[in-house]
Design a protein around this ligand. Structure first.
Ligand SMILES: O=C(O)CCC(=O)C(=O)O
Ligand SMILES: [Fe+2]
Length: 289
């Protein structure tokens, strides 16, 4: 915990201790049990230096902080921490850009329609540990590893331990358990894909329940790469997704504003009511516990 707290941050970089965030507030929803999420996480992300674009905000393109990786008291496994994370970041960023191209093809829109908004993308790599010690008896049914939410930008590439816990809300209104196939990554569609397609593609509503086997909490870890797009991009619905039968469901949004409103919810616990009602209504129509 010593090393972790050296890189503690209440912003979107560095270490977040257990019970410090409340993810469902980013979607305008109080948690059902009144507490915060019990995960802990460490984030790195794109900074101003990476893109050399002027005018990017310090808050959304914040420099990374790293724990010490040398010295007697540094555990052996930590020595390659930075190298490993930077390598993962690079590969996931590459994959995200391929997926954006795949999305353009699937939507039958010209190349660049989406990628024009991801030139200096606010990208974040987050390693997450669901921190209740393995073997803890599961007492409260509504305790939450990570509260109900959608991811904020274009897409998320997710690796996770093959342990239950992650749940996805289907169009049927039911929360479905999801465990990745051996060696597979999961891809979440995030808010901008719902906006761009006028909900022909929904953003993935998801949450993490305590992974419980035989009444005892199991260890679960995940690694999420968020490809969130350019701070200064204005995202609107594609004209071809709008007609008389499909009136526009969302107004254009500036990505940086959307991102900050979401982060104020999850990180600063200011409930976010900014354009969250459509997804929040889907959660409220489901059985939340
Ligand atoms: O731990 C997981 O599987 C999900 C993580 C997640 O949804 C997030 O960090 O946004
Ligand atoms: Fe998520």
């Amino acid at each position: 915990m010593d090393i972790k707290m050296k890189v503690y941050s209440d912003t979107n970089r560095g270490y977040s201790p257990p019970n410090s965030e409340n993810t469902s507030l980013s979607l305008g929803l109080e948690s059902t049990y009144g507490g915060n999420d019990y995960f802990e996480a460490f984030n790195i992300g794109s900074d101003q230096e990476m893109y050399q674009v002027s005018g990017l905000s310090e808050l959304l393109y914040e420099p990374n902080t790293w724990p010490p990786t040398e010295g007697d008291r540094v555990p052996e496994g930590m020595k390659r921490f930075r190298v490993n994370l930077e390598r993962w970041y690079e590969k996931a960023a590459y994959l995200s850009r391929i997926l954006i191209r795949v999305f353009e093809d699937a939507l039958e829109v010209p190349e660049g329609t989406l990628s024009q908004h991801t030139k200096h993308s606010m990208d974040v790599l987050r390693i997450i540990n669901y921190a209740l010690p393995p073997g803890t008896p599961a007492i409260r049914e509504d305790e939450m590893g990570m509260g109900e939410h959608t991811d904020y930008g274009f897409l998320t590439v997710l690796w996770a331990d093959r342990v239950p816990g992650l749940q996805i809300l289907g169009r049927d209104g039911i929360w479905h358990d999801l465990v990745p196939e051996e060696g597979a990554l999961l891809v979440n569609l995030a808010d901008m894909m719902a906006r761009i397609t006028n909900e022909q593609w929904l953003s993935t509503l998801h949450r993490v329940k305590p992974p419980v086997v035989d009444g005892l909490i199991q260890r679960r870890r995940s690694v999420a790469f968020f490809h969130d797009g350019d701070e200064d991009a204005i995202i609107s619905t594609l004209p071809k997704m709008i007609d008389e039968e499909h009136p526009p469901l969302y107004k254009p949004v500036r990505l940086g504003d959307h991102q900050l409103a979401k982060l104020r919810g999850s990180k600063s616990h200011v409930i976010n009511k900014q354009n969250t009602e459509r997804e929040a209504a889907r959660v409220l129509a489901s059985k939340r516990t």
